[in-house]
Design a protein around this ligand. Sequence first.
Ligand code: ATP
Ligand code: MG
Length: 387
Amino acid sequence: MKELYLIKIGEISLKKGNKKMFERALKNNIKAKFRGYQNRVTIKSGRYYLETEDCPHEIVSQKLSSTFGIKGFYKTHFCGKSLEEVQQKALLIARANLNDGRGVKFKVETRRIDKSLELNSYGYSSEVGAFLLESCPELSVDVRNPDWIVHVELRERGYVYGYGENGAGGLPVGTAGKGVLLLSGGIDSPVAGYLMGKRGVKLSAVYFHTPPYTSDDALTKVKDLAAGLSPWSGGIKLKIVNFTEVQMLINKSVPPEATTLHTRASMMAIAQKIAEEEGAGALITGEALSQVASQTMESLRFTGSVVDLPVLRPCIGMDKEEIILISRRLNLFETSTRPFDDCCTLFSPVHPLIRPDFKTITEQHREIPELETALTKAFQEKEEISL
Ligand code: ATP
Ligand code: MG
């Protein structure tokens, strides 16, 4: 059966000169999500409509609610513009709402774009309301505090919709360019990826694996996290870099309290090489100010100084609790808290440097013998999977 969904957009509606670019991106992103299903996406007067014949509602719901740029969506009935046709469709909505226990207080709201119609908006609303009361005596009208609203829109044809579902908000993925997410197995970096996806960044991810010090289970966990992020980004590529040689080189070349900082900086440097290869314009990390020693201002200055791409850190001002809340909402928390160590916890010094002196640590970094060779080798030997 052919189903129609009205899709309402959020921030795109505020765009001016380049609105068309955002509209086109959202249309393409929706179409890409429904690849494999019969679908048609149209934009009419700034409104998006998705028509599909063979995609079950639960799947439509999953796909649209994870597509950035959408504020909300409504399963919509279309019909002619006569009062009788509109009333019949409104009745379908009322019966479904009663069936689903959504309450008995309702109101009807009409937008009459087609001014040639005899009845005005108020006329439609009151006639449709009266018809619903007559057909379902348990209903009552409450214009101030309704349990649900029947929306009637009279455009080139009639559209009647009721219950809406929330979209993900944000801007269409890809409109802000591409970013390389440094994805560890922790809680913060997947949330950071989600937050930048929400601002329109297409994600590509990199994980630094340190076998045998980090296990295959740790790698599986990162793959699962990338798979969990994938719907938000319209697919995601995960690059896996074997970091063992670089890590060993750092461990033997610098004092223990400085290892984490050199490790971070080396990850950034490889991530930038990946960004260049991918045509990405930024790196993304899950860092939050002062959460750990490597995330103080002084530490961030150093670790960010080895790259010239902007480092986006959307969690920078967030408490752990706030990050966890998002992680749970995304259903990633259980995966992120599976108990496998990452290299950072394994190799982290007991007393890490908290406020490194920029000049000293930079010089120390330059003096690590053969570091550039090890970084290039790790970069060249990476593996890639698509999720
Ligand atoms: P997370 O929960 O994201 O692991 P964290 O609070 O544990 O963050 P750190 O371990 O200090 O913080 O890592 C800081 C950031 O560095 C991470 O958010 C992530 O972006 C990146 N990172 C750390 N380890 C790795 C790794 N093994 N592979 C890829 N990125 C990493
Ligand atoms: Mg971590």
